[in-house]
Every structure is written in structure tokens, then in C-alpha cells.
Design a binder for this molecule. Sequence first.
Ligand SMILES: N[C@@H](CCC(=O)N[C@@H](CS)C(=O)NCC(=O)O)C(=O)O
Length: 206
Amino acid sequence: MLTLYHSPESRSVAILSLIEEMGIQDWVTVRTVTIPRMDGSGGCDPANPHPEGKVPALVHDGHVITERGAIILHLTSLFPDSGMAPQVGNPDWGVFAMWMNWYQGVLEPAFIMEGAGVTHPWVTAAIRDHKTAAARLRSALEKGPWIMGDAFSAADILLHGPYAWFPEGTPDDPLIRDWVERCKARPASRKVREEDARRMELLRAA
Ligand SMILES: N[C@@H](CCC(=O)N[C@@H](CS)C(=O)NCC(=O)O)C(=O)O
């Protein structure tokens, strides 16, 4: 049994989009939980099994899986015919797993550091910076039109996320901006965001 712990307008939207793109809605139960919000609202939800009270968390037969990259690798491996990732064992799958880990270990930290105005030689040595990360994105998209080449994949869902949420942080590069818009225009993405806006209204009204 698969249960996704989700909170509206948060990082777990990426997993909802993935579920929609994969067509596995009947296999995953979605439970809405609260999280502490930057404006002081919300709070950790005792119903959320995430050890840090965050979202997303995916529970598979009692096993708690956190971190979007890991959740994506797990779901796309469980449902290998969904078309959202290469087949496990193919060289392409190694590249796909690389993008999942690069996102978690480089792109998102670099994006956050830039937004927070943090620079430090240790940070630069370990993760470089957002400009360097954006250059790597660009070189993938030059071959594009998607991160993995011809086919839209879960790598696009994960990697375009920060730019969809914070357009002001998006590099001033038409190749990257157009890709973000193409990702946002996917029917699955539109549907999930519309449903999520309704979930948020319910949460605010509660
Ligand atoms: N590295 C995690 C990050 C998860 C995360 O930070 N989620 C935010 C939602 S946008 C959260 O739950 N924040 C609540 C909190 O800070 O307590 C992932 O990629 O899944």
C-alpha cells in the first residue's frame, strides 16, 4: 500500500504531478497534512510520519521514504511502464538518477543559498553556485527540449520546481524560461495546481 503525505502549495506538489503524469492515482492514497509555513501559520502535523514533519513523505507498506528524488526513483521503479523514467539498468537510468541527486545536492541548495545571500568558500567548493548550476541545466536543454532529451520525464518535474514557485529566481535565459513554461503548461501540472488551490482554501478555512 502506498500513501503520500502532502501539503498544498509545497514541495510535495511535484509528487502529485508525477502521480498524475504516470496515471497511478488509483495506487496512491493522498493524505493532506499541515506543515509550518514561513508566514507563521500551520504547524507540524502529528499524522505526518516524516521524521522532520516535512512533506512529501511516501509510506510504502510501513516504510517511510522522504526526499523527492528518492520518492521519484522509487515510484518510477515500482511502475516501470509509466514512461516517466528510463528502465532501471539502462545507461539512461544512471543519467536519470544523476539528475535526481544533482537536484537534491546541488541545484536546490545553490538556489536557496543565492536567495538567502549566502556565500562561503566551503559552499562554493561543495556545491558551486546557482550560476554554475544554471549553466549545467542550459547545456542539458540545448540538447533538449527536455532534460533527458526528446522525452518529458520526472527529471523535468523535479528540476523546474524552484523556478515555477519563484519566477524571480529563474535565470534570465530564454532556454530555461521557455522550458519552465512548457513544464507548467502540461495538463497534469495544471490539473494538480488547480486541485491544490482548492485544498489550500479548505486548509485555510479549517
Ligand atoms: N529535501 C526535501 C525537502 C522537503 C521540504 O523542505 N518540504 C517543505 C515543504 S515546501 C516542508 O515540509 N517544510 C515544513 C518545515 O519546514 O517544517 C525534499 O526534497 O523532499
